[in-house]
Design a protein around this ligand. Sequence first.
Ligand SMILES: CC/C=C\C/C=C\C/C=C\C/C=C\C/C=C\C/C=C/C(=O)SCCNC(=O)CCNC(=O)[C@H](O)C(C)(C)COP(=O)(O)OP(=O)(O)OC[C@H]1O[C@@H](n2cnc3c(N)ncnc32)[C@H](O)[C@@H]1OP(=O)(O)O
Ligand SMILES: Cc1cc2nc3c(=O)[nH]c(=O)nc-3n(C[C@H](O)[C@H](O)[C@H](O)COP(=O)(O)OP(=O)(O)OC[C@H]3O[C@@H](n4cnc5c(N)ncnc54)[C@H](O)[C@@H]3O)c2cc1C
Length: 662
Amino acid sequence: MSVVVPECCDDLKRERGRCLFNKEELTNILDGGPKLTEKRRRIEKMLINTPELFDDVSPDYLSHEDRYSNELRKATQLMTTLEKNGFTYNDAVTTGTGLWLLMDGNPLSLHISMFLDTIKGQSNPQQLQEWLPLAEKFKIIGTYAQTELGHGTFVRGLETTATYDSTTKEFVLHSPTITATKWWPGALGKTSNHAVVMAQLYLGGKCYGPHIFMVQLRDLETHRTLPGIVVGEIGPRLGMNSNDNGFLQFNHHRIPLTNMFMKHSQVTEDGKYVKPLHSKLSYGTMVQTRVGIVYHASRELSRALIIAIRYSAVRHQSEMVPGDPEPQILDYQTQQYKLLPHLASFFALRFSARALLEVFIGTSAGLGSGKMNMLPELHALSSGLKAVATNDAVKGTDICRLACGGHGYLSSSNLPRIYTAIAAGITYEGENTVLFLQVARYLIKSFRASSQGQTLPFSVSYLRVQPPSSHAPLMSDRGLVDALGAGVRWMVGEAERRLQQLVDSGHSPHAAWNACSVHLVQCADAHTRYYICEQFVDAVSKLGETVSSGVHEVLRQLCRLYILHRVIQTAGILLRCGAVDGKALTSIEEEECHLLATLRIQAVSIVDAIDIKDVFLKSTLGAWDGNVYQRIYEEAQKSPLNKSDVTQGYYQYLRPLMKANL
Ligand SMILES: CC/C=C\C/C=C\C/C=C\C/C=C\C/C=C\C/C=C/C(=O)SCCNC(=O)CCNC(=O)[C@H](O)C(C)(C)COP(=O)(O)OP(=O)(O)OC[C@H]1O[C@@H](n2cnc3c(N)ncnc32)[C@H](O)[C@@H]1OP(=O)(O)O
Ligand SMILES: Cc1cc2nc3c(=O)[nH]c(=O)nc-3n(C[C@H](O)[C@H](O)[C@H](O)COP(=O)(O)OP(=O)(O)OC[C@H]3O[C@@H](n4cnc5c(N)ncnc54)[C@H](O)[C@@H]3O)c2cc1C
């Protein structure tokens, strides 16, 4: 399939004619450099030239089984195409391209992410040597099986047991109750023949907590389920229904001793336990996936924004001035207010995802040499950013849908599918409220440590009781970010005060924690957003030295909008702690409205620079040419109900009803 870039409609031509910055330069920044843009485009070209990767029929018109088979067909084709052309699966993931072709629930996504990552991150050298080549070449296909019917969040509460039998040097895996059934893992139902399984380790009658085991589930020749294992698919879900999320039960199923992942903790042949350097090292795959999800959420949000902003430039509705031609809906301030702060969020998340990845890489390198001290900070940052990124992507995507009016509700807009896919991100890989509470624990601990004079890690250093006096004027970017920091400091101080007050009045620390948890979640959210603001300001100011003035100006405006919007959202707190006053807020609100109008002028060009091709957007509303109505009409013709003028349903139900004597 070759892509011919069509002439765009007059509205979009006019929009693009107003561009005052170098789009390619902005694209390079978003990709992480010109080389990465070039690589992404090579991958895209290769994928676009593989017609088997594209749907002939929308998954909406397929049966549950055909939908799965079709996605599996494309997923396997994607993997072989990448392999043959010298790319890795990771390339397709990190560029987003592979995901966009398969984001109806790719049945190989868990294999190429959490299964492979667990093998890489949790194996000892022998295990790595044995399993990695098999997994990389798809000789074994796996998933990450942790969540159970009874417990997802509370990993320590999992019920699946792995009991060591030193006489045979085996673990016996067992699901003692219905609630111990593994439930949810992607690709577990029908695709995977292996799984990495989280189970409670029992040695000599003593429980050592959750540990990870490599378990074969199906015969490698016949694909039949092995004895002692019950496995199946869990049925339809809100979205991503082309995946085979599954269930799994063990009935005293035996696996060799060597199938416990032994990089961090070990069990000896005679059943002795060797503990890890840090008790949460076995949660490493979850942390790594959370880092990936921040990127993933920003990419999905960007797809929705491209669709909604292009559509808003093409769609004309009502009269702004009586008797005048109908304006583009993007000219309405309320439409700008719906979309442009989310456009700013996309950029903020992209820069923060990059900063988080650096922390992840630094911490992982430290772990390699036995340094565990950065782990709590990585856990807090990855938890907070995963939660904010998915919350904002879900909210932003739905706003994009709403901003497209009725047509946003059409499947062919692709907004419903983007929404339902990213909506799962709020829940999977750590439910967001739960992750925020982890961040809050870290904040309270840090606040208390700081009160005792201890030095704080970089991401929380602003919580110091005596902050360095800020010299930045309040209305500058730095000044406003400092004000936001003062707000978080006040919130955390307030949370700590309330916790202490409850404990002093006789509550247990745990009861006090629960009684303050709404406020604690707000602290965690505010802290993470403060971190995001800092990363955005830093990134834009660093780029200022290297990019052209047009691009720098656009980035500066987006960053400013993000900060102003955040200040307005936090107004109540900032007023209470005295970081801003009413007069400042009024001028911030006015400036935001002014900025919306400024950014509106180049909004289409900004989303063009995100550079996602039509074949990956898959939207009747968001295509490059803006030929919206023709595309919507043509998609409707593909409905199976339009194959005949009169449907079977007419003869079966409608006609008898019309003929009945009611
Ligand atoms: C195609 C895909 C390719 C690539 C992937 C890349 C991007 C993703 C892109 C797309 C995704 C698309 C498809 C994938 C779809 C779905 C995949 C989904 C998979 C899953 O959902 S897997 C299951 C995930 N489950 C969870 O996340 C469970 C959440 N629960 C927990 O993590 C923990 O139990 C909890 C709640 C954090 C902690 O529980 P608890 O409070 O009971 O504490 P503990 O006693 O356990 O902890 C005490 C102590 O330890 C600290 N701590 C906890 N966790 C960590 C950690 N990970 N690291 C460091 N420290 C940790 C905790 O804070 C306490 O510290 P303190 O005592 O306060 O000092
Ligand atoms: C599409 C999808 C794909 C998934 N893929 C996988 C996979 O591949 N592998 C896998 O193992 N799992 C997978 N999961 C499972 C997922 O990780 C869990 O659903 C998730 O961790 C949440 O756990 P839960 O469902 O038990 O929710 P619960 O923990 O029961 O949450 C329900 C409610 O209780 C609240 N709550 C729970 N604990 C607390 C607390 N301590 N404090 C305050 N509030 C609390 C939550 O905030 C939430 O509002 C997937 C889930 C989905 C939806």
